[in-house]
Design a protein. Structure first.
Length: 76
Protein backbone atom coordinates (compact mmCIF):
# COMPACT_ATOMS: atom_id res chain seq x y z
CA UNK A 1 0.00 0.00 0.00
CA UNK A 2 1.28 3.48 -0.88
CA UNK A 3 1.19 6.18 1.80
CA UNK A 4 2.35 9.79 2.00
CA UNK A 5 3.94 11.23 5.14
CA UNK A 6 3.61 15.02 5.47
CA UNK A 7 6.14 17.18 7.30
CA UNK A 8 6.47 20.89 8.02
CA UNK A 9 9.93 22.45 8.31
CA UNK A 10 10.17 25.05 11.07
CA UNK A 11 13.40 27.04 11.50
CA UNK A 12 13.07 27.00 15.29
CA UNK A 13 11.93 23.45 16.01
CA UNK A 14 13.07 21.54 12.91
CA UNK A 15 10.83 19.16 10.97
CA UNK A 16 7.45 18.34 12.42
CA UNK A 17 5.45 15.29 11.36
CA UNK A 18 1.92 16.39 10.39
CA UNK A 19 0.20 13.22 9.35
CA UNK A 20 -0.10 10.35 6.94
CA UNK A 21 -2.37 9.88 3.94
CA UNK A 22 -3.09 6.35 2.78
CA UNK A 23 -3.68 6.20 -0.94
CA UNK A 24 -6.98 4.46 -1.51
CA UNK A 25 -7.59 5.32 -5.14
CA UNK A 26 -8.38 2.42 -7.40
CA UNK A 27 -6.09 3.86 -10.09
CA UNK A 28 -2.94 5.27 -8.43
CA UNK A 29 -1.79 6.85 -11.71
CA UNK A 30 -4.46 9.54 -11.12
CA UNK A 31 -2.50 10.90 -8.13
CA UNK A 32 -1.12 14.36 -8.85
CA UNK A 33 1.41 16.49 -7.06
CA UNK A 34 -1.18 19.26 -6.73
CA UNK A 35 -3.76 16.97 -5.09
CA UNK A 36 -1.19 15.86 -2.51
CA UNK A 37 -0.12 19.42 -1.71
CA UNK A 38 -3.76 20.46 -1.32
CA UNK A 39 -4.31 17.65 1.18
CA UNK A 40 -1.17 18.73 3.05
CA UNK A 41 -2.49 22.29 3.26
CA UNK A 42 -5.48 20.98 5.20
CA UNK A 43 -3.09 19.73 7.88
CA UNK A 44 -1.45 23.10 8.55
CA UNK A 45 -2.55 26.66 9.09
CA UNK A 46 -3.66 28.16 5.74
CA UNK A 47 -1.46 31.20 6.51
CA UNK A 48 1.68 29.08 6.94
CA UNK A 49 4.45 29.28 4.38
CA UNK A 50 3.69 26.43 1.98
CA UNK A 51 7.34 26.32 0.90
CA UNK A 52 8.08 24.62 4.21
CA UNK A 53 5.67 21.75 3.56
CA UNK A 54 7.04 18.53 2.14
CA UNK A 55 5.95 14.93 1.84
CA UNK A 56 7.58 11.55 1.45
CA UNK A 57 6.06 8.66 -0.47
CA UNK A 58 6.37 5.41 1.46
CA UNK A 59 5.28 1.87 0.80
CA UNK A 60 3.71 -0.07 3.65
CA UNK A 61 4.28 -3.81 3.82
CA UNK A 62 0.87 -5.29 4.62
CA UNK A 63 2.42 -8.36 6.27
CA UNK A 64 4.80 -6.62 8.68
CA UNK A 65 3.30 -3.12 8.92
CA UNK A 66 6.71 -1.54 8.27
CA UNK A 67 7.07 1.39 5.90
CA UNK A 68 9.82 1.94 3.34
CA UNK A 69 10.67 5.12 1.46
CA UNK A 70 10.28 4.64 -2.26
CA UNK A 71 11.28 8.13 -3.44
CA UNK A 72 13.14 11.16 -2.06
CA UNK A 73 11.06 13.86 -0.28
CA UNK A 74 8.96 16.25 -2.40
CA UNK A 75 8.85 19.94 -1.53
CA UNK A 76 5.71 21.98 -2.09
Amino acid sequence: MIEYEFYFRDERTGCKFLGKLQEKRKYPNRITYKSLVNWGRKLIDPNADIKNLFFVQVKKDNNTGKTYRTNPPFRA
